[in-house]
Design a protein around this ligand. Structure first.
Ligand code: FMN
Ligand code: ADP
Length: 329
C-alpha cells in the first residue's frame, strides 16, 4: 500500500477505483465494502484508492462537539487498511477550504483531476462538498462527461456498517470485548506511550506500564481488568511513501487495567498493563495493547493487601484464559 499525506502528493492513475470515508475501526462491515472495492478494481485491471480524512471531519466542522470517540487512531487505521489490501491510501487534511468545494469542483478537481477516478464505489447516502450538498445523484449526473462509472454499495451493506460501528462502540463501553472483537474482526487495541506512574506497582509485585493513549478522542473500553497482548512498537510517522508496518518487538501477554484505582486514590483514570515474564524499563516506548478478554470490573478494596490478593487471582484467570482452560477461581 502507498500512503499519501496530501492529495497534492498523488499522481492520477489510469484506472483508479475509489471509495471515500472515515472507516473508523475498519470493522467487518467496512471490510466487506473493501472486498467489493477490490473485486471492482480486479474486474477492470485497476487499482484501489481509499480517500480518507484526518483530522476527522466532525472535529473541523464542529470543534465545540467533544463527543466523538474513535475506535481506531490514525496509525492503527493505516495498518488495518494495509492489511485489507488497499493499493493507495490518501489521507487528506480535512480543512475548511476542502469542505467548501462545490460538488462539481470536488468531482472535477479531486476525483478526476487529482485521482483519475474510473470507478467510484459509494453508499447511497454519501454526501460531499460544501454543506454536504453533493450526493450520489451528482456523481451519477457527471459520470458520462468525466468518463467514470458509479457502483452503489447496497443499502443493506451501508446499514451493516452503521450497525457494526454502533455495536463495536456499545460492546466496548460495556466491556464486552468478545463481542467487540467479533464485530471488528480483530482484537480492539489501544496505542500509547509508557509514562511514569507513582511507582507503587513494583513494590506490590505487579509493575504496570502506564499508558498515555496517543489519540485524545480514542474510545476507552469499560473500566476493569482484561487479558491483553502487548507489543512494543517503533514510533511511526505516517508520511507519503510506501507503507511500512510498525516493527514490533517483544510481543508479551499480560493483564490490562483500566480504572481510577479506587483503592489507591480513585482520582483520575489510568490505563496500565502488567506484562508476564517481563522485566525491562520501557518508559518512553510505544506500546500497542490488544484487548482479548474481560476478566472483572474495577473494585475498591479495604487494603492494599486485599488488592494484591485479588491481582493474584486475576493473574491466574488471565493465564487460564491464555492456556484455554477455565479458571479454578
Ligand atoms: C490486574 C490488575 C488489577 C487491578 N485491579 C485494581 C482494582 O480492582 N482496584 C484498584 O484500585 N486498582 C487496581 N489495579 C491498579 C493498581 O492499583 C495499580 O496498578 C497500582 O496502584 C500500581 O500503580 P503504578 O503503576 O502507578 O505504580 C489493578 C492493576 C492490575 C494490573
Ligand atoms: N512486567 C512488567 N510489566 C510492566 N512494566 C514493567 C514490567 N517490568 C518492568 N516494567 C517497567 O516498570 C514500569 C512500571 O513499574 P511501576 O512500579 O508500576 O511504576 P510506574 O508507577 O511508573 O508505572 C514500567 O513502565 C516498565 O518500564
Amino acid at each position: 500500500m502507498k500512503i499519501y499525506r496530501n492529495l497534492e502528493d498523488f499522481v492520477p492513475l489510469d484506472r483508479a477505483v475509489v471509495t471515500i470515508g472515515t472507516f473508523d475501526g475498519v470493522h467487518v462491515g467496512h471490510q466487506k465494502i473493501l472486498s467489493t472495492l477490490k473485486e471492482s478494481a480486479k474486474a477492470i485491471n485497476g487499482e484501489t484508492v481509499l480517500l480518507t480524512f484526518f483530522p476527522h471531519p466532525r472535529m473541523i466542522l464542529h470543534p465545540e462537539d467533544d463527543s466523538l470517540r474513535l475506535i481506531s487512531d490514525i496509525e492503527e487505521k493505516v495498518q488495518l487498511l494495509a492489511d485489507a489490501g488497499i493499493d493507495h491510501l490518501i489521507i487528506t487534511p480535512f480543512t475548511r477550504d476542502f469542505s467548501n468545494q462545490s460538488p462539481e469542483e470536488y468531482i472535477r478537481d479531486v476525483l478526476i483531476g487529482k485521482i483519475g477516478t474510473k470507478k467510484i464505489v459509494i453508499g447511497y447516502d454519501h454526501r460531499f462538498g460544501k454543506d454536504r450538498q453533493g450526493s450520489l445523484k451528482d456523481l451519477l449526473d457527471h459520470a458520462e462527461i468525466y468518463g467514470y462509472t458509479v457502483e452503489q454499495i447496497p443499502e443493506q451493506d451501508i446499514n451493516d456498517v452503521a450497525v457494526s460501528s454502533t455495536k463495536v462502540r456499545e460492546a466496548l463501553i460495556k466491556g464486552d470485548i468478545d463481542a467487540a472483537n467479533k464485530y471488528l474482526g480483530y482484537p480492539f487495541q489501544l496505542t500509547g506511550k509508557v509514562i511514569r506512574g507513582n511507582q507503587l506497582g513494583r513494590n506490590i509485585g505487579y509493575p504496570t506500564a502506564n499508558l498515555q493513549v496517543q489519540e485524545p478522542h480514542k474510545l476507552i473500553p469499560a473500566y476493569g481488568i482484561y487479558a491483553v497482548e502487548a507489543a512494543i512498537i517503533e514510533p511511526m510517522e505516517i508520511r507519503t511513501g510506501p507503507y511500512q508496518p510498525a516493527l514490533a518487538e517483544h510481543i508479551v501477554k499480560g493483564m490490562g487495567y483500566i480504572g481510577t484505582r479506587p483503592t489507591v486514590d480513585g482520582v483520575s483514570r489510568s490505563i496500565e498493563v502488567h506484562l508476564f515474564d517481563f522485566n525491562e524499563d520501557i518508559y518512553g516506548k510505544i506500546l500497542r495493547v490488544k484487548f482479548l478478554h474481560f476478566i472483572r470490573h474495577d473494585q475498591w478494596f479495604e487494603s492494599m493487601q486485599e488488592l494484591i490478593d485479588q491481582m493474584e487471582v486475576d493473574e491466574k484467570k488471565v493465564k487460564a484464559f491464555f492456556s484455554g482452560k477455565p479458571s479454578m477461581h
